[in-house]
Design a protein around this ligand. Structure first.
Ligand SMILES: [Zn+2]
Length: 649
């Protein structure tokens, strides 16, 4: 860890206002003397994050995230403290006492950002020099102003164009590799450019910093490759890097945020050129997905941009399929969403440039509520004059409705209202009695399937931790957010310690069995820690979060990481060195308690097995169980004795 004195930290804090810092990441609203925002650390529905300009702190009243500007950057950027310090020092223009060694292995985020910024400039310069690339953009109808606004560039069709330029200009090649700009060849292991013969679309984060690139192959290069028998992807993105995860990022999010906020809605399209075309016709509140299906993280990112999301899909078969897939996602998230299907199989770029802004706004105006869309879709997909067709159309809709989560509070009534409306409409379309549909839906929603208990790759399944509050009267089974208070207290203590002091996982893995934890959510998190450890990686909170698919689990995790160090600054540092918090002491206390609990659980299992075993019929088994029980009781007695003696001393 780099040395840094209190004076340095104070200088950085003095130079950066937390309100303007957080304002670069999130839209803020003034609330009295403070500011509010949707919390980025949990699935927030009301602005729960409060920023206090006077104290220069932030705090989420819902998930408990909070701290100072270092904590915010650390948690938002998912970096360790030294990295956050480095980023903020650079921004504040404060020199660090020790030149920053990169944390862990490889370069930090700040270096990667610099490499991407350098590459963006290089690609832009190359575009100026390429008639062919500029000609291609012109033919697509993209204006020079948009080329400038989006920072479009060009990667010449050479193995080592960027590589050679980097070497000439003294850019670290390892850095380019880590940033996904060059890669090693499969055959010779030699380095070469990732993007060749492609128009380049820089992918930027919410603050406008290039973090990755997308490349569209030039038609002439594509043709040449095809003639020589080699297929090549039309579009190619940067690989996942520490800066870029495509399921989290949206294309043009930086350029769209202001317009989205003032319009109150944001449209989502698939392609880069679709986004550029929209901005060109004056619709700046349009973003793109990056070659990946819409997922939970996108929903959250969209909700931070605007209250309503309009999903734009091509009118063709593939577009319809994509629309169907995203419906459930958005329905289950309770966001205000509209589904817009373009007429006549057009793609958004053609439509926008051909028909213009007003025509598109007309479609937005008429865009369907997802449930209406669903009813329309299934009634057009089946032959309704046929009894069987009508039944199957109804089933398709009821299936989706039954899977919708029972939402919390006011939202739940809203969702049920929507569902009731959809049923009415469906009944009308299919000429079926609405009562029958309602009964069918209730039956589908009833959770009569046995709850299963396994945890699969960090994804939380229906199980004891979440299925306890199911209403049996035909309501949807709720999937409540998991709060720290829902966890078993010992489980929670263990997870908190691990997340805040990841180095102890090696100690824990040999002493705590996954199955001995009582809360399923805790098992999922611990399992991810163990997996990371097994792969030789540090189980930091951000790494663990990356392993968890369930947003509820990630929010839980965020609320268990203590972003606030409660100690005063003077106690946190000695001689400019950060003093770790006493997590290890807490672990030393916890491990014997967990062992004792696991022992008691095992004892109960053994007693159950003994009760079910007939000593006359299976004497050998019975004796074996009995011996095991005696051994365990002795062990437990010893544990209790050790605890007493250590309590007394
Ligand atoms: Zn929060």
């Amino acid at each position: 860890m780099p040395r840094h004195s209190e004076a340095t930290l104070a200088a950085i804090k003095g130079a950066i206002d937390i309100v303007s810092l957080i304002g670069e990441y999130l839209p803020l609203h003034r609330a009295g003397s403070k500011f509010k925002a949707l919390c980025p650390f949990h699935d927030d529905h009301n602005p729960s994050l409060e920023i206090n300009p006077e104290r220069q702190t932030y705090k989420c009243w819902s998930c408990g995230a909070g701290g100072d500007l270092f904590d915010f950057v650390k948690d938002y950027e998912r970096v360790e403290f030294p990295e956050a310090l480095r980023m903020l020092a650079e921004r504040a223009g404060v020199a660090l006492e020790t030149p920053s060694p990169a944390s862990g292995s490889g370069p930090g985020k700040a270096e990667l950002l610099r490499a991407c910024a350098w590459a963006e400039r290089a690609f832009r310069t190359a575009l100026v020099g390429s008639d062919e690339a500029r000609g291609y953009l012109q033919r697509r109808g993209l204006s020079a102003a948009m080329v400038e606004r989006f920072g479009l560039g060009f990667a010449p069709d050479r193995r080592d164009w960027l590589l050679a330029r980097g070497r000439r200009e003294g850019v670290d090649v390892a850095l380019l590799e880590r940033a996904g700009l060059v890669s090693r060849g499969e055959k010779d292991g030699g380095l070469r450019d990732r993007f060749r013969g492609r128009v380049i679309f820089p992918i930027r984060d919410i603050r406008g910093r290039a973090i990755a690139f997308g490349g569209r192959i030039l038609p002439s290069v594509e043709q040449r490759m095809a003639e020589s028998g080699r297929g090549v992807a039309k579009y190619l993105n940067s690989p996942e890097t520490p800066l870029f995860q495509k399921r989290r990022n949206l294309y043009a999010v930086d350029l769209a945020r202001e317009a989205a906020r003032s319009a109150g809605w944001v449209a989502v399209v698939e392609g880069y050129t679709d986004v550029v075309a929209a901005h060109q016709v004056g619709l700046a509140n349009v973003v793109g997905t990056l070659g990946t299906a819409l997922g939970d993280d996108h929903v959250q990112a969209l909700r931070r941009l605007a209250d309503r999301a309009v999903l734009v899909f091509d009118g063709d078969e593939a577009g319809q399929k994509a629309a169907d897939r995203s419906l459930e996602l958005f329905l289950s998230h309770e966001v205000d969403v509209r589904v817009l299907t373009l007429p006549g199989g057009q793609d958004p770029c053609d439509f926008l440039l051909g028909e213009g802004k007003a025509a598109f706004l007309g479609l937005v105006e008429a865009a369907a509520d997802p449930l209406d869309y669903l009813v329309d879709r299934s009634s057009s997909a089946f032959d309704l004059d046929d009894v069987d067709g009508a039944r199957r159309a109804a089933e398709a809709v009821l299936d989706v409705l039954a899977r919708l989560p029972g939402a919390r509070g006011a939202g739940r009534a809203g969702l049920d209202l929507k569902a009731a409306k959809a049923l009415d409409r469906l009944a009308h379309r299919l000429r079926l009695p609405v009562e029958a549909l309602r009964r069918d839906l209730a039956k589908r929603r009833r959770p009569d399937r046995p709850a299963h208990h396994h945890v699969q790759l960090g994804r939380i399944e229906e199980g004891p931790a979440t299925s306890g509050r199911t209403g049996g009267d035909g309501e949807a089974s709720p999937a409540p957010a998991i709060r720290p208070a829902d966890l078993d207290p010992l489980d929670r203590e263990l997870i908190e310690i691990l997340l805040n002091e990841p180095q102890v996982v090696g100690q824990v893995i040999t002493r705590v069995e996954l199955s001995s934890l009582r809360s399923q959510a805790a098992r999922a998190i611990l399992g991810a820690c163990y997996d990371l450890h097994g792969e030789g990686r540090q189980a930091t909170a951000s790494e663990v979060a990356d392993r968890l698919e369930d947003p509820g689990l990630r929010a839980l995790l965020a609320s268990l990481v203590s972003p606030i160090d409660p100690r005063p600054l003077s106690e946190r540092y000695r001689n400019g060195r950060y003093l770790p918090r006493p997590w290890r002491d807490r672990l030393a206390e916890l491990l014997p308690r967990l062992a004792e609990r696991a022992g008691r659980d095992r004892l109960r299992d053994l007693e159950g097995a003994l009760a079910e075993t007939d000593p006359a019929a299976e004497p050998e088994t019975y004796r074996e169980l009995w011996r095991e029980k005696m051994r365990l009781m002795l062990e437990l007695r010893r544990m209790v004795a050790t605890k007493k003696s250590s309590d007394a001393s």
